[in-house]
Design a protein around this ligand. Structure first.
Ligand code: FAD
Length: 475
């Protein structure tokens, strides 16, 4: 089968990878000149990388880890100590850690929580633990039912003291979906907590050793093209043209730089675009169908990724940090955490600004000025005296519509990878899979779409030599 896939983010590339493995021929169309979508990155005039987002890989990402293994690039993941590090706003420049001992789950997680006495009192920890019991015992069905509540509402319902939300879960909600606990669905936080507490290495984190387009996406492209597939850059899908029976007749690719539009005919068609541009491009007859109408309930959330290069080292912490700043979410000194960005003399902080709705329209200068005030609190020792640290340069990357905003009720709006149109499929982190909007969710969705295609077309789906048949990897 020739399968046209619009979008070369992780979902589109994963779908293409697993389709060639199953003996099909994918043709991936990417509108931009850079691979990766929300993991895209660029080099500035000095050769320094800047990225769409600070990206963390977790031990609880079985399909991503399997993909690294299949591409033979496992050594590109730089695993960090098994800990979670939070800044302490009341004692600027100090940290509070949740250290996970190397013993089976959930005892390692429980030990990490019980040993941390900076952030929560014993009473608060016990009441939180009791509140969590239904999620741990009843499992994912209970977690899915909780999609009717925001995480704040769920905490209140479970009689968890408000300080638990303030101390721990504002940071967690911002890290998971770039919004606060009063907006985020309880399902999202509980899903993450379940993975982190039930898997020994679930919350262990890794950084990629360089920029994702080169270090992760390119090996996927090489794998696809070596087996006869194609990945075409600067080839935006302009229109989905239908036959009279509402099946896809062909894709129209917009001609750029004065070139004419192009018609691409394939056996099957996949959208691997984010949900917002997909809604714009949907053919009129499809918009009336319940399956596609549900997509109106999904919309990307704004987020801003900041890069700040300093004239000296601000920290030697080689890990992700939860800032607990009202302006910022997580951050890392990439000169410590990432091999390709390594610098023994100067820090490069990558910071996520969230919630970003009030900042997305502000100028880069305003954003950096506000961020500098926060950085002075995070690293107070370096901004006093006669020779304070200097900001050498910065890059601000705004994504007005990033991953879908996971407010209560969104689970019911997430579509399956199979659509009512038999020659058209969806893939992307927003489609239904159990890992929410994440790299794992994107890779898994791509695999599920390839699987759906392979099972709908069994006669043509012969595994390529040396390839295993398609299997999703469960935790
Ligand atoms: C700031 C930030 C931080 C993040 N941090 C983490 C993290 O730490 N851990 C984690 O797991 N996840 C993280 N994520 C989420 C993760 O990046 C996404 O969930 C994932 O990359 C989405 O992949 P996707 O393929 O579904 O969509 P996308 O990456 O959005 O890919 C869609 C592709 O479609 C292309 N496209 C759009 N329109 C067209 C068209 N008309 N024709 C052709 N192509 C088109 C786009 O250019 C893009 O390449 C973060 C995201 C952001 C923004």
């Amino acid at each position: 089968m020739r399968v046209a896939i619009a979008g070369a983010g992780l979902a589109g590339l994963s779908c293409a990878k697993y389709l060639v493995d199953a003996g099909h021929t994918p043709i991936v169309l990417e509108s931009r000149d850079v691979l990766g979508g929300k993991v895209a990155a660029w080099k500035d005039e000095d050769g320094d990388w800047y990225e769409t987002g600070l990206h963390i890989f977790f031990g609880a990402y079985p399909n991503v880890l399997q993909l690294f293994k299949e591409l033979n690039i496992e050594d590109r993941l730089q695993w960090k100590e098994h800990t979670m590090i939070f800044n302490q706003p009341t004692a600027p420049g100090t940290y509070s850690r949740f250290d996970f001992p190397d013993i089976p789950a959930p005892i390692n997680g429980v030990t990490a929580i019980l040993r941390n006495n900076d952030m929560l009192t014993w009473g608060e920890k016990i009441r939180f633990g009791l509140g969590l019991i239904p999620a741990m015992i009843k499992g994912q069905n209970y977690v899915e039912e909780m999609d009717k509540y925001s995480f704040s509402e769920w905490l209140k319902k479970q009689n968890v003291p408000p300080r638990v939300e303030k101390e721990v879960f504002i940071a967690m909600a911002k890290a998971l979906n770039f919004i606060d606990p009063d907006e985020i669905s309880a399902t999202v936080v509980l899903t993450a907590l379940n993975r982190f507490l039930q898997e020994r290495y679930g919350s262990k984190m890794a950084f990629l050793d360089g920029a994702p387009p080169e270090r992760l996406c390119q090996p996927m492209v090489d794998h696809v093209t070596e087996q006869g597939g194609q990945v075409r850059m600067k080839a935006p899908l302009k229109e989905i043209v239908l036959n009279e029976d509402n099946m896809v007749k062909h894709f129209v690719i917009r001609g750029l730089d004065g070139a004419p539009d192009e018609i691409l005919t394939a056996d099957l068609y996949v959208s691997a675009m984010p949900v917002d541009p997909l809604k714009v491009i949907l053919p009129q007859p499809w918009k009336q169908m319940d399956y596609f109408k549900k997509l109106d309930g999904l919309e990307g959330v704004p987020v801003i990724n900041l890069h700040m290069w300093f004239d000296r080292k601000l920290t030697d912490v080689d890990h992700l940090l939860f800032s607990r700043s009202p302006l910022l979410s997580v951050y890392a000194d990439m000169s410590n955490t990432c091999r390709e960005y390594e610098n023994p003399d100067r820090s490069m902080l990558e910071l996520v600004l969230a919630p970003a709705k009030d900042w997305i329209t502000k100028s880069d200068e305003e954003i950096i000025a506000a961020t500098m005030l926060e950085i002075e609190k995070l690293f107070p020792d370096h901004f006093v005296g006669d020779d304070p640290a200097k900001l050498l340069k910065y890059k601000v990357v705004k994504t007005p519509r990033s991953v879908y905003k996971a407010t209560p009720g969104r689970q019911a709006c997430r579509p399956t990878q199979t659509t009512p149109i038999s020659n058209f499929y969806l893939t992307g982190d927003y489609t239904m899979q159990r890992y929410l909007a994440s790299m794992e969710g994107a890779v898994l969705s791509g695999k599920l779409t390839a699987q759906a295609i392979a099972s709908a077309h069994p006669n043509s789906a012969a595994p390529a030599p040396g390839q295993k048949s398609l299997q999703t990897t469960t935790a």
